[in-house]
Design a protein. Structure first.
Length: 323
């Protein structure tokens, strides 16, 4: 079996551990339904063992890290926490003594959310590209200049090192691990079982254009933004959108830019390309994707996609499909 050790400590973010753990358990369940043996064994590990309380007050039972046998370790992941709980973990002698050996023996290692601070403080991420929570990316980069921080990605895979942006992105990273270890179809079954909207690939931004706009609760265009997201194949030019909200084109353009930080054209193109990347990662034909997101014909779609990302949609699909 593939052993997965989540390294936790007082005040850890519960979902950083339980979210991915639910994915690995879901994979075992999917295998069982196919008459195949379980593949994953999840263990919670802490400095001293015993009950370890999370930030939300729920305690979990853990094994002491010095009693955890590094031989046969499959995956070692350090979970994240808010700053006041993270700093003691970074300075913990027991973790500092054991983690280098554990990560050296593991098939892969990494972190969820700000757990990367613990690894980076020990030099275990030097020369690597990593992801972390958007709110921690600046401090992380300043504190550890020898580590390349991708402040945008949901998760990053750099050799044996897997790191995620935080909280729910740990679920996305765990699904990618399942797809890598077993089969993308198993990962898909787990995602469906967990009622996830989609399996998000690592390249997807922590903040989509839609999410950025939705975070502004007083946005006068919240309803329009939701409609755009579900009608990408419709005419989404400025005259059509302005008419939909009952404004003149000039007024609409000015107010939309003020509310979202993007021009209507840029917002629509970004929403379409975000959706296109998701569809391409599923291996769909370019013609189908172009029609689905309102960028037909295929030549136009290819031109817009390559201008934005510097790679053709065909090559992007070939690189991402199945991962």
């Amino acid at each position: 079996m593939h052993r997965i050790a989540f390294i936790v400590y007082p005040g850890f973010e519960l979902l950083d551990a339980t979210g991915p753990a639910a994915v690995f358990n879901g994979a075992n369940r999917a295998l069982s339904l196919k008459g195949r043996p379980a593949f994953y064994r999840v263990e919670l590990v802490s400095a001293g063992g015993g009950a370890t309380e999370s930030s939300c007050g729920i305690a979990v039972e853990t094994r002491a890290i010095d009693a955890f046998d590094p031989e046969g370790a499959g995956t070692v992941l350090v979970v994240g926490a808010e700053r006041e709980w993270l700093l003691p973990a970074v300075a913990c002698p027991a973790l500092a003594a054991a983690l280098p050996g554990l990560t050296a023996a593991a098939e892969r290692y990494g972190s969820v959310c700000s757990g990367g601070f613990v690894l980076a403080a020990l030099g275990l991420l030097d020369g690597r590209r990593v992801a972390t929570h958007w709110d921690a990316s600046g401090p992380f980069a300043r504190t550890f200049p020898q580590v390349e921080v991708d402040a945008d990605a949901l998760y990053v895979v750099d050799g044996r090192v897997w790191t995620s942006a935080g909280v729910t992105t740990g679920i996305d990273m765990a699904l990618a691990m399942v797809a890598h270890d077993l089969d993308p179809s198993i990962a898909g079954e787990v995602a469906q079982r967990l009622v996830l909207y989609a399996r998000r690939p690592g390249f997807q931004s922590q903040f989509s254009a839609v999410l950025r706009a939705q975070t502004k609760g007083d946005s006068p265009f919240a309803e329009l933004i939701g409609w755009i997201q579900t009608n990408l194949g419709a005419p989404l030019d400025v005259p059509s959108l302005a008419s939909r909200v009952g404004q003149t084109e000039r007024t609409f353009h000015r107010r939309f830019l003020a509310a979202t930080g993007l021009t209507p054209a840029r917002f629509v193109e970004t929403a379409r390309l975000d959706a296109a990347r998701m569809l391409l990662s599923r291996g769909l034909p370019l013609k189908t994707v172009a029609a689905e997101v309102g960028l037909s014909p295929t030549a136009r779609f290819s031109e817009v996609f390559e201008r934005r990302y510097g790679v053709s949609p065909r090559l992007f699909r070939d690189m991402q499909a199945g991962h």
